[in-house]
Ligand binder design. Structure first.
Ligand code: PLP
Length: 382
């Protein structure tokens, strides 16, 4: 840093240069990300609460009330009216908090967690930080967790089982009801990672979709991750962690000597209230009908894309359950496909089991984007 500052004009001119080097969701070219263009109402709400710190909630009582209301709305969406939790930075922090609550409430030495092979890598971070051993359960032919494999991995050291409602790579929903029965019977903490699916499954169900139960209506489910910054359309960073009982927050609370709250359960200390404001605003503004439209539109585009991929001679690795399409080819490696698409400006990602081009059909994509992508896909094969 220099002694003398530069002018505002220079600052913003340089910032614009940096920004020009970034991709934008608005281009419709980002196909491999679970982030999307934040909704304008969420952005406005976010900007109104830039100085609010939920790490010191006594100073920001309005924001704290909003957080309580958001947690209640999310609980209501996910099958239970009185749940406890926080709006945090994202799915990673939510999953770490869930594992921490499970570990602390179990009192078990040499703790182990059972996660599906399809689990997000945040559980590896959680395991590393919390000294947990990870046991990976196999997947069935449909890329959902194999319940028998979970059963086989249970031991006296198991402190948590994880099920996923919307896997990161393929968007699959695990048989959470069966996991719930096992965990309830064995008094084991069941965490559901609905970071991706939490903001769409509840809106799609009953509208020609029949997703398996995955929420607090199942008695074994102890906690749920749900990310407003994915299908909830809020600005990043916005994650949500919900617990069935307050005791799960209490077992990981730490004394906070100088703040306006006595104890704190979140990992982050200073915690933006802006994410909470954006979530509150969008849940109120869009309502169930608004979110239903968003989720249905994404699924419509998903079907269009999946059909187009098949018609272009590529192989769908699985029929999409949520808004993720994964495909590969007998003639080209996935790296070749990704490179050729990149030459045409498309940013896709590659899933690992099996290796496939992975496209997340997020709300920023419209029909024209999908059609233009399919045209390029047909051409790169020729
Ligand atoms: N859980 C699932 C199922 C995810 O797909 C992701 C991210 O893609 C995460 C957790 C981690 O979320 P974040 O990147 O917001 O920390």
């Amino acid at each position: 840093m220099d002694d003398k500052g530069i002018s505002k004009n220079e600052v913003f001119e340089t910032l614009r240069n940096f920004k020009e080097q970034d991709m934008t969701h608005r281009s419709g070219k980002i196909l491999g990300s679970m982030c999307t263009c934040p909704h304008e109402v969420g952005v406005k709400a976010y900007c109104m609460f830039l100085e609010s710190n939920l790490g010191d909630p006594g100073l920001f009582q309005g924001t704290k009330t909003m957080e309580d209301e958001v947690i209640a709305m999310l609980g209501n969406l996910l099958g239970k009216n009185n749940v406890y939790g926080h709006i945090i930075t994202g799915g990673t922090e939510a999953n770490i908090m869930a594992m921490r609550a499970a570990r602390n409430s179990s009192g078990i030495k040499n703790p182990e967690i059972i996660v599906p092979k399809s689990a997000h890598f945040s559980f590896k971070k959680a395991a590393d930080m919390l000294c947990l051993k990870i046991k990976e359960a196999k997947l069935d032919d449909n890329y959902c967790v194999d319940v028998e494999s979970v059963n086989d991995l249970l031991s006296n050291h198991t402190i948590a089982v994880v099920g996923i409602a919307g896997t990161t790579e393929l968007g699959k929903v695990d048989p959470i009801e069966e996991l719930s029965n096992i965990c309830f019977e064995n008094e084991i903490f069941l965490h559901v990672d609905a970071a991706f699916g939490g903001f769409s499954i509840p809106f799609l169900n009953g509208r020609g979709y029949n997703f398996p139960k995955f929420d607090f209506s199942l008695q074994g489910v102890c906690s749920i991750t749900i990310d407003p910054h994915k299908m909830g359309l809020t600005p990043i960073p916005t994650g949500g962690i919900l617990f069935r009982d307050k005791s799960y927050l209490d077992v990981m609370s730490i004394e906070t000597p100088y703040l306006t709250e006595d104890r704190q359960s979140t990992i982050v200390g200073t915690r933006t209230g802006a994410s909470t404001a954006a979530t509150w605003a969008l849940m109120k503004y869009l309502g169930r009908n608004g979110y239903r439209k968003v989720a249905e539109r994404c699924m419509e585009h998903t079907r269009l894309l999946a059909q187009g991929v098949k018609d272009s001679g590529f192989i769908l690795v699985t029929e999409p359950q949520l808004n993720i399409v994964a495909f590969n080819s007998r003639e080209m490696t996935v790296w070749e496909i990704a490179d050729r698409l990149k030459e045409r400006g498309w940013a896709v990602s590659i899933s690992s089991y099996p290796q496939a081009i992975r496209i997340i059909v997020m709300p920023h994509l419209n029909k024209e984007h999908i059609e233009s992508f399919l045209t390029d896909l047909r051409e790169i094969r020729i």
